[in-house]
Ligand binder design. Structure first.
Ligand SMILES: [Zn+2]
Length: 323
């Protein structure tokens, strides 16, 4: 994977490349930002870039040299990736293993690179052990901590790292990527970019499924009074979809932005059903839509606090499925 393949983080990637070309790289970085937006891919590519043996590779790793090829298959002896174990923790033993290797000089690559993915899952002992290593780290060693929950990491660790902040992609940017790189049609790309909230990995997980059809079936279950929740997660998912529908109806009721004339319907979630939406909007008063939206917010709260799902299902039918 090249930097150019990692979309939406041009500024951060450029800053990293420039720091290397100006010989101002740090010995420790922390990549901060929402999960699923490509931080780990950038860390791996960065490891490749700083070690690539091709002198002409100024903006991208060459992908041709032995080092690039070995890193691509995670078989390079100087690149280490640490991830949480099955209990979702990174333990002190994992960090100790790094420390042992970290203090040996690089023997094949220019830099030994240690990527700690989901670094917030380090135990306190693990984080303290890492801190000691960061304080003593030698030239020729680069640590990259990757995290979506920076607050869970000790401030002492964060302060030792150069912090690079990554953002979720804008909905428009993600939509464009899904259309140009993955050949999705506009309506599908639009909906997926909404539900995946700018997270590329989530959008790619959704892109192959017949997501518009499934989404519409679930919305119609509410409209036709036959909604049935399988379990807590299912309830949350279905309520969220219907919330999007109600929100669209509400926006159309107060259509100041020209949603219906198509002037700007990018603020709507269900643009694949614009006709249905505009046909239904006069069935409801604004206050009814607002009440329904309030009910869903409450239902979400109950779902977080262990409500009986069957009970909530019945209540939902009474509150939302009265046409
Ligand atoms: Zn190379």
């Amino acid at each position: 994977m090249a930097f150019a393949d990692i979309k939406g983080h041009d500024i951060q990637v450029r800053a990293l490349i420039n720091s290397i070309n100006a010989d101002r790289q740090a010995s420790a970085y922390i990549f901060v930002g929402p999960s699923g937006i490509g931080k780990k891919s950038i860390a791996l590519n960065f490891a490749k870039f700083i070690n690539c043996s091709n002198q002409d590779a100024l903006d991208e790793p060459c992908e041709q040299c032995l080092i690039c090829k070995q890193i691509n298959t995670m078989r390079h002896p100087d690149i280490f990736l640490v991830s949480p174990d099955s209990s979702n923790t990174i333990k002190i033993e994992d960090i100790r293993q790094i420390i042992k290797r970290g203090f040996l000089r690089a023997y094949e690559a220019k830099y030994k690179v240690f990527i700690i993915d989901e670094a917030e899952t380090m135990t306190t002992e693990a984080a303290n052990a890492l801190l000691k290593t960061l304080e003593e780290s030698s030239r020729g060693t680069v640590f990259i901590l990757v995290t979506s929950l920076e607050k869970k990491l000790p401030a002492t660790v964060i302060s030792r790292c150069r912090r690079i902040k990554f953002n979720a992609l804008s909905l428009t940017a993600l939509k464009e990527i899904l259309i140009s790189d993955y050949h999705l049609d506009e309506k599908k790309a639009h909906f997926i970019s909404f539900v995946s909230e700018g997270r590329v990995s989530e959008s790619l997980r959704l892109k192959d499924a017949d997501i518009l059809k499934k989404k519409n079936e679930k919305i119609d279950d509410f409209i036709n009074s036959r909604v049935s929740f399988k379990d807590r997660d299912d309830a949350r998912y279905r309520l969220n979809l219907f919330l999007g529908w109600l929100r669209d109806l509400l926006l159309l009721k107060i259509d100041r932005d020209g949603y219906l004339s198509g002037k700007d319907n990018t603020g709507l979630i269900n643009i694949d059903r614009l006709n249905d939406l505009s046909g239904s909007r006069n069935k409801y008063k604004v206050s009814e839509l607002e009440d329904a939206i309030d009910f869903i917010s409450e239902a979400m709260f109950y779902l977080d606090s262990n409500v009986n799902v069957k009970l909530l299902n019945n209540l939902t039918k009474v509150k939302l499925c009265k046409n």
